[in-house]
Design a protein around this ligand. Structure first.
Ligand code: SF4
Ligand code: SF4
Length: 611
């Protein structure tokens, strides 16, 4: 990855660069071959002032160039010029200060009267002693363009493209991923030669092309083709036009809209990567839970969706049944995340009747499901398939959620065809972050690249939704607040838009953040460290911050014991994966076609806890 800070040129370097450019031009236009500009000009002033005046007149009449070139000449010869004029003033008994302020119109001398006419007329100069006339003409000439130059920049600056600090990465030869880190907007371009301040300093004839962290390109100095190119980048949000557009601050006052209910922390499986191993097992205290739920809904009528979690929630099917009939919950869309092993026909029918969205956790074909075992160490694959068969038999749509771990390597070869055989309505893949099972970024990258490719190129994409596919494209196309997966929002929403009721009736921000607990309905204070964990403070230096948004705080706790520390292996994966996916969106129309197909079938702004 390459970092570009306006080409990395500091302001004082630009000033020097610009001065070098102007001095070269002065030499060229005045036909001065000697290396030392000051010496050449001084000699000319002393021996042939008429020639110098003639040469000054030959400088092209471009306000942008002429004014600045004359100023450079002024700086080089002013002391010698004033010395000559001063001597001649003594000779002719004239007041030097009066004369200079009378015949100089420039602010450079510090003697200018603002109310005075800017240009000194030739007839006025002719009233002076003949010997003085040529030097006063030179003085007047060197000053008269200053105002024109200033005016030029005042007007031109008003209509400009503003280029902030950008990052780029080469996808392959002549194809680059360009990213604005301050808003997460990106583009694929075939040329970044525009990020070359030196080029624009020469073109604009001013060091003002760099101001602070912005490269400022007045439209007037651009060709039609360049303007078109910059307009496209403005449309993508990568650069700005006339003013910088600041990203909206995260809304930290949002009200709860999603309620998770953890009915139990017991589980009939002993999956090796499961975070639940640290749990004190709890069965549901229904009275407490219902009291909390009623008070919660009365205080936050904004809650619109309910999800049941565990442990294994179906160990407490009766509790689920009772909570379904809670008057606040009954009419709302409901979902459940289960290992599927306890689903029988009765439960399947219940899900159908109450329109539950059912998510089954299953990591892949039998060989890839080895970390999901019973307490006896027995395999669970067949049991889960039996549960799925019951759902199919009764006609319940279900989704699959797989966890990709260190032990999953190779799964990418058969994953999509396995999904196709199982025929869920949707599926998604999480990366398992248990310390012992976190996969390498290379393996994770390979898995997602391969399965995304296989998905869009198979015929299953029209009927089976690959949630992880949609969520990652969301990230590239939508601002954080509009993304469907909480993981990619900023903040994720846990503890604010998402709230969890635990089996003992206490509240937590999210089932993954059970270590934050409140028994008080005014939980916002307690959960503040979670919902104020925004990427701006967590990863301020990462160029991908508004794409990635920092990852799941729960996963950071599982891995690091802290909510605000990124998982480096996932960072490495994400940065590469987003660039790869951006290039796919650019090169292969199918990616956008599949994304649009599903987005139109999804409810706008539907929020999902995990894929
Ligand atoms: S699972 Fe992670 S990203 Fe999702 S709501 Fe919980 S803490 Fe946030
Ligand atoms: S979690 Fe990693 S990739 Fe994401 S914003 Fe932070 S540093 Fe960047």
């Amino acid at each position: 990855m390459r970092k570009l800070s306006n080409g990395g040129v500091a302001k004082d370097e630009l000033d020097l660069l610009f001065l070098r450019v102007v001095r070269q031009d002065v030499k060229r236009y005045l036909g001065l071959k000697d290396k030392n500009l000051k010496q050449s000009l001084t000699e000319l002033l002393r021996s042939k002032p008429e020639t110098l005046l003639k040469k000054l007149n030959s400088i092209p009449n471009d306000p942008r160039k002429r004014g600045i070139m004359l100023q450079v000449v002024y700086v080089e010869i002013s002391s010698e010029l004033f010395k000559i004029i001063s001597n001649l003033c003594d000779k002719y008994n004239l007041d030097f200060i009066d004369l200079v302020s009378e015949y100089s119109t420039s602010k450079l001398t510090g003697l200018t009267d603002k109310t005075k006419k800017r240009k000194v007329s030739k007839s006025k100069i002719k009233k002076l002693p003949k010997e003085l006339q040529i030097y006063v003409s030179i003085l007047s000439k060197l000053n008269q363009y200053e105002e024109k130059t200033e005016q030029f920049y005042r007007t031109k600056k008003q209509d400009s493209f503003l280029i902030p600090e950008l990052y780029y990465e080469e996808i392959r030869k002549n194809l680059l991923f360009l990213l604005n880190p301050s808003n997460g907007r990106w583009a694929i371009v075939d040329d970044i030669s525009f990020l070359n301040p030196e080029k624009w300093v020469r073109r604009a004839y001013s060091p003002d092309v760099v101001q602070g962290d912005l490269l400022i390109l007045p439209k007037e100095i651009l060709s039609d083709e360049e303007r078109e190119f910059f307009r496209a980048l403005v449309a993508n949000g990568v650069i700005y036009q006339n003013r910088r557009i600041k990203i909206e601050s995260p809304d930290l006052t949002i009200q709860p809209s999603l309620l998770s209910i953890v009915v139990t922390t017991y589980c009939n499986f002993r999956c090796k990567y499961c975070y639940e191993e640290d749990f004190k097992p709890m069965r549901p205290d229904l009275e407490n839970m219902e009291r909390t739920i009623s008070r919660l809904f009365s205080k936050y009528p904004t809650i619109k969706t309910v999800s049941f979690f565990g442990g294994e929630p179906l160990l407490e099917f009766e509790a689920i049944r009772r909570l379904t009939f809670n008057p606040f919950i009954y009419g709302l869309p409901k979902s459940i995340q289960t290992n599927g092993s306890l689903i029988n026909e009765e439960i399947a029918r219940y899900f159908k009747l109450h329109k539950f969205g059912v998510g089954i956790s299953l990591d892949g074909p039998d060989d890839y499901n080895k970390l999901r075992i019973l307490p006896t160490g027995e395999n669970t694959y067949e049991k889960i398939l039996e549960g799925i068969d019951k759902l199919k038999y009764v006609g319940v749509m279900f989704g699959l959620l797989s966890t990709y771990t260190k032990d999953s390597e190779g799964l990418e070869k058969e994953y999509i065809s396995w999904i196709s055989e199982l025929n869920p309505s949707s599926f998604g893949v999480n990366v398992g972050v248990h310390r012992k099972y976190l996969p390498s970024w290379r393996s994770t990258l390979k898995f997602f690249q391969t399965t995304f490719e296989a998905y869009v190129n198979s015929d299953i994409w029209t009927k089976i939704r690959y949630n992880t596919f949609l969520y990652h494209i969301d990230v590239l196309l939508l601002p954080p607040k509009d993304r469907s997966l909480m993981l990619f929002r900023n903040p994720c929403g846990a503890g604010r838009s998402h709230i969890t009721v635990n089996p003992d009736g206490s509240l937590s921000p999210c089932p993954e953040l059970f270590m934050f607990k409140s028994y008080d309905l005014n939980f916002f204070d307690k959960f503040k460290p979670v919902y104020t964990r925004v990427v701006e403070s967590m990863c301020p230096a990462c160029p991908f911050r508004y794409i990635c948004t920092g990852g799941c705080p729960g996963k950071s706790i599982v891995y690091h014991g802290r909510i605000n520390k990124p998982l480096e292996e996932l960072c490495k994966f994400r940065k590469r994966f987003f660039v790869w996916l951006a290039s796919k969106l650019y090169e292969d129309k199918k990616y956008l076609e599949v994304y649009k197909h599903w987005k139109k079938n999804l409810k706008v702004n539907q929020i999902t806890l995990e894929p």
